[in-house]
Write a protein that binds this ligand. Structure first.
Ligand code: UT7
Length: 341
């Protein structure tokens, strides 16, 4: 029995923010953004991470022809969930009516979909579950400092999904690889809810200073201080152009196939120059590296499943095609997955 993808789906918000609009917000230009990244526009959500996940999931489930009750597992790769809890997967479960499914989110930033896909495959391989819905969904727009031209030009929002089933088939998912280097976390970071409790000395002092005579707390204490995404772009660039070819080469070796046999390399859509550099290192034509980042920017954990769904719906994937998926992101994390379509 093999694990195969029986349905894909994706969703991007309607609101588009093009480079010309960004020119009016920060000191940048369409020419600079296109030349350095390949990005022309991005989509911005007005409904949030869960809503996008549900829309992508519905499309994937419809293609799969699976009823929600048949789903055993829902894994959502996201680092921008609407809530700290419940997790996004539980909210998707409720919306779909997938009442038998175990549900959890997985945080690996832009590697989130690949890590979720690989994790779901392990459950299916081991026989614990037979079906799974895997989603990559992110709203980086809410973590971006819209006055920082070094980052706000890069990211967009979206979601992509795939439905997996274990059955007799020539199609298969795997082998796969997941890598991490926690020592380099500072290169790309976004702080979450600040630590705030009455037992932290500084907080207590600050609290005392805003207490009224009645002991009533003033509004300052309720102000939240969520961090913005911070990034050393050049470091991330160097990391990506080194690790993505390495992980792809290891993947192909494990799968026992050559780069020439791969129909498409479906890579995380971060920067056209990164993808070009990987193609060069792999000695493969750029035509084997489909891209949609011109329209959506970097949608983080959603970029690979959105691209996969587009290829699928455009009829560009034929049965038996060999695909290599690879991504990288904060953590630092990176990984790859081999597919026979
Ligand atoms: O999912 C992973 C997410 N992260 C990534 O994939 C990021 C990977 N890194 C990159 O894509 C690139 O490093 C960037 C696109 C972020 C930046 O491109 P770069 O070629 O590395 O530019 P740079 O940071 O070296 O900056 C070059 C110049 C600087 O000006 P000076 O110091 O040479 O005068 C920047 O201040 O470009 C300036 N600059 C800009 N100019 C116009 C930086 N951002 C902008 C901008 N518009 N948006």
């Amino acid at each position: 029995m093999q694990i195969r993808i029986i349905g894909t789906g994706s969703y991007v918000p309607e609101k588009a923010l093009d480079n010309q609009a960004l020119e009016r917000m920060v000191d940048t230009s369409d020419a600079w953004i296109r030349e350095r990244t390949g990005i022309g526009s991005r989509r911005i959500t007005q409904t949030g991470t869960t809503d996008m996940a549900i829309r992508a999931a519905r499309r994937a489930m419809e293609m799969a022809g699976l009823s929600p009750e048949e789903l055993d597992l829902i894994v959502v790769g996201t680092s921008t969930g609407d809530c700290l809890f419940p997790n996004t997967a539980c909210e998707v479960q409720a919306a779909l009516g997938a009442k038998e499914a175990a549900c959890f989110d997985l945080s690996a930033a832009c590697s989130g979909f690949l890590f979720s896909l690989n994790t779901a495959c392990v459950y299916l391989e081991s026989g614990v579950y037979r079906t799974a819905l895997v989603i990559g969904t992110d709203s980086l727009s809410k973590t971006v400092d819209w006055s920082d031209r070094g980052t706000c030009i890069l990211f967009g929002d979206g979601a992509g999904a795939a439905v997996l089933k274990k059955e007799e088939s020539v199609s298969r998912v795997g082998p796969f690889l997941m890598k991490a280097d926690g020592n380099r976390g500072e290169v790309l970071r976004c702080m979450g809810t600040p630590l705030r409790n009455p037992f932290i000395k500084e907080e207590t002092d600050a609290k005392e200073s805003v207490m009224g005579e009645t002991g009533e707390q003033k509004s300052e204490e309720n102000e939240t201080d969520f961090g913005y995404l911070s990034m050393n772009g050049q470091e991330v660039f160097r990391f990506a152009v080194k690790t993505v070819p390495e992980v792809l080469e290891e993947l192909l070796w494990r799968a026992g196939v050559s780069a020439e046999e791969i129909q498409y390399f479906v890579l995380h859509q971060a920067n056209e120059r990164i993808i070009g550099s990987v193609a060069k290192r792999m000695k493969q034509p750029l035509s084997k590296f489909p891209m949609n980042l011109e329209h959506y920017g970097n949608t983080s954990g959603a970029s690979i499943p959105i691209l996969l769904d587009e290829l699928n719906r455009e009829g560009r994937l034929r049965k038996g095609d060999k695909l290599a998926l690879a991504g990288f992101g904060a953590g630092l994390t990176w990984g790859a997955t081999f597919l026979v379509w």
